[in-house]
Design a protein around this ligand. Structure first.
Ligand code: APR
Length: 187
C-alpha cells in the first residue's frame, strides 16, 4: 500500500524482512540497554555484523543505555543501509504508563535523526508489537499518525518511509489503520 503526501513524499506499507530492504536508515526495535536481543534486534545484529555492536559499546560507555522513547544511531555494518537507528519502544503494561507517548516519540525521534543525517529513505518495523506486547491496532494508529504528521511538516529531508510488516496479519492491521487515517491519499 502506498500513501502520497502533497510534497511528493511517500509512506509505504509492505510485508518483508526489514534487514533485506535497501534504505538510507533502518530502524531497529531495541532495548534500553542496547544489548541486542531477538526479533528485529536479533535479525539486525545477525545480518549487520559486529560493527553495529562495537558502535553501541561506545554509546553505552558514553551515555549508559538509551531511554524508552528515544533512539541512537550506529553504522549499518553489512546491512543494505547507511545507518541503523536503535529505537527503544515502550513495554506495554496497561496503557496508562505513557506508552502511547513513548511509542510516538520513537517514530518522531528516528525521523529527526534521519533529517539530521540527510537520509532520504527510512524503514521502520512495528515497534513494541512483539516482545513488548503493544496491542497492534493501537500501535499501528500511533505509528502511522506520527509518521504522517512528520512527513506533512518537514519540507526537505526524508522522501520515503517504509513500514515493514513481518506477516500478512500485521500488514492487514496496519493497512486498515492507514485506510482510516489517510483514505484520500492512498494511491
Ligand atoms: N523484519 C520486520 N519485522 C520484524 C522482523 C523482521 N526481520 N522480525 C520481527 N519483526 C516484527 C515482529 O513481528 C513485531 O511485529 O517486528 C515487530 C516488533 O517485534 P520485536 O522485534 O519483538 O520488538 P519489540 O516488541 O519492540 O520488543 C523489543 O525484543 O528483541 C528484543 O532486544 C529487543 O528487548 C527488545 C525487545
Amino acid at each position: 500500500m502506498e500513501i502520497e503526501f502533497p510534497n511528493g513524499k511517500n509512506l509505504r506499507l509492505l510485508i518483508g524482512d526489514i534487514t533485506k530492504i535497501r534504505v538510507d536508515a533502518m530502524v531497529n526495535a531495541a532495548n534500553s540497554a542496547l544489548a541486542g536481543g531477538g526479533g528485529v534486534d536479533g535479525a539486525i545484529h545477525r545480518a549487520g555484523g559486529s560493527a553495529i555492536m562495537r558502535d553501541l559499546d561506545v554509546i553505552r560507555q558514553q551515555q549508559g543505555g538509551c531511554p524508552t522513547g528515544s533512539a541512537v544511531a550506529t553504522t549499518a555494518g553489512s546491512l543494505p543501509a547507511q545507518y541503523v537507528f536503535h529505537a527503544v519502544g515502550p513495554i506495554y503494561r496497561d496503557g496508562r504508563q505513557g506508552e502511547a507517548e513513548n511509542l510516538a516519540s520513537c517514530y518522531s525521534t528516528c525521523l529527526k535523526l534521519a533529517e539530521e543525517r540527510g537520509a532520504r529513505s527510512v524503514s521502520f518495523p512495528s515497534i513494541s508489537t512483539g516482545a513488548y506486547g503493544y496491542p497492534m491496532e493501537e500501535a499501528a494508529r500511533i505509528a502511522l499518525r506520527t509518521i504522517g504528521e512528520q512527513l506533512r511538516e518537514q519540507d526537505a529531508g526524508v522522501r520515503e518511509v517504509l513500514l515493514v510488516l513481518y506477516d500478512q496479519g500485521s500488514y492487514d492491521v496496519h493497512s486498515r489503520a492507514a485506510q482510516a487515517l489517510f483514505a484520500d491519499r492512498i494511491k
